[in-house]
Design a protein around this ligand. Structure first.
Ligand SMILES: [Zn+2]
Length: 434
């Protein structure tokens, strides 16, 4: 293979694996190029001639066993030929995925966490991947010579679109009911909070409107071009765990794992990820929302509302909301979202109030006066008093002529938090009157 053919074959897979493991695609490709001589030379069994498709010269056993092969090693400063067992695969892609799995070991953490491909190359030697002291320099030379950094692309997930099916619609059947908890009302709160938080990550969100029939809701998900679909329910029937049931489509298991991580963040300690059972004919998923949707889809049941111990994570509205937020945060970790930062107008206003001596800690506001952040209400109270020269928060709010004084009366007090986005607007308003 020429280097060009090699890169055409392995480049996209290296970029894809980079999203998951954080190991630079450029380093993966340089390693494969170096170890296999651009796939011209790789371990072949010295006795049987069996081809290994082992692009990295990794020893041990691969998906289809091993081959016996002689390789050069530097031992006590001397280069000698040593016979070893090398991993064997069905194809190069398997070899590449296995290489990343191999580097998931604790000892290679510095390789995964390296800030640059050059540092990752040096760490491979430092962590004991290779015995040749020239190994990092060789990788770095290949990366530079063939422009391999072009494969280190983080796929932009900003355009992700999520469809949220509220299990029982806005005014549909109440679902499970127990001791004051009504499933439909809970799913609305959790679903809305999930949607709001995902929007703060800059993702597109389409919420089920009204009370759609299951197939209609699934068609709405298909129609809006959603990348993922989450159907929110709460469970009943005497169990004791959070459940995530996934469709059979590619990517659904990954989604289910992410959603389960969200439930864990929200305090659910018992979790089960379940592959959807088949319909009567055994040809498709049993649940309509999973069967009809074309994108990866899951049904999430955060807890059993008729189990006193299990429902404890969701028996207040605040907690039902938090479950939605936690699921969104977990999705962002897996699919690569980040919360919107303080916008330019707010940054300018923060700098202005700092210059005017109203705020002594601009860093706090720069960090927290942003969408998705919660701001200490006591700090907001002090800020409005200082900005207006008033002695009470109520007088200060009055003096600022804010559009929603009731909100600030409730939130600009110690022990409460205020929405970071609103605080940003508040600071802009303060900056104008200085
Ligand atoms: Zn339900």
């Amino acid at each position: 293979m020429t280097p060009q053919e090699f890169l055409k074959t392995l480049g996209p897979a290296a970029t894809q694996l980079y999203q998951k493991t954080g190991i630079f695609a450029s380093v993966t490709l340089a390693q494969a190029a170096l170890e296999s001589g651009w796939l011209k030379k790789f371990p072949v069994d010295k006795y049987t001639g069996k081809i290994s498709y082992n692009a990295f010269g990794i020893k041990g056993f691969g998906t289809v066993g091993s081959v016996t092969y002689d390789s050069d090693e530097v031992i006590n400063g001397q280069r000698i030929s040593v016979e070893s067992q090398f991993r064997s695969y069905n194809n190069y892609y398997e070899s590449m995925a296995d290489h990343h799995k191999f580097l998931e070991a604790d000892k290679y953490k510095p390789v995964r966490n390296a800030a640059t491909p050059e540092e990752a190359s040096r760490q491979l030697y430092a962590c004991g991947y290779a015995t040749d002291p020239e190994y990092p320099a060789k990788l770095i030379r290949i990366i530079s010579q063939y422009g391999l950094k072009q494969y280190d692309v983080k796929e932009d997930k900003k355009s992700m679109k999520i469809y949220i099916d509220k299990g029982h619609g806005e005014d549909g059947d109440p679902g499970a009911c127990n001791d004051g908890l009504i499933e439909r009302d809970m799913t609305i709160i959790t679903g809305n909070a999930l949607g709001k938080r995902l929007e703060e990550y800059g993702w597109g969100v389409v919420l089920e409107q009204g009370n759609l029939e299951i197939t209609e809701s699934a068609n709405a998900a298909n129609g809006c071009g959603a990348d993922l679909c989450i159907s929110v329910h709460y469970n009943a029937g005497g169990g004791d765990r959070g459940e995530v049931i996934h469709s059979w489509k590619s990517g659904a298991v990954e989604l289910a794992n992410a959603v389960a991580q969200g439930l864990k963040k929200a305090g659910q300690t018992k979790l089960k990820i379940i592959k959807c059972k088949a319909n009567g004919k055994g040809t498709a998923e049993h649940f309509g929302i999973l069967r009809t949707t074309k994108m990866p889809a899951v049904i999430v049941e955060p807890c059993f509302i008729d189990n006193a111990a299990d429902r404890i994570i969701a028996d207040t509205m605040e907690e039902q909301k938090n479950i939605g937020i936690c699921i969104a945060d977990a999705l962002a970790e897996v699919y690569g979202g980040s919360l919107a930062k303080t916008d330019a107008a707010t940054v300018a206003a923060i700098n202005a109030i700092h210059t005017a001596g109203v705020s002594s800690s601009p860093d706090y506001w720069l960090e927290n006066a942003a969408p998705g952040k919660q701001v200490n209400g006591g700090y907001v109270g002090s800020l409005v008093k200082k900005a207006t020269g008033k002695t009470t928060v109520a007088e200060a709010i009055d003096a600022l002529q804010l559009s929603n004084p009731a909100y600030w009366l409730e939130h600009a007090v110690p022990g409460k938090t205020a929405d970071g986005k609103f605080v940003g607007y508040l600071i802009q308003k303060i900056a104008k009157i200085l």
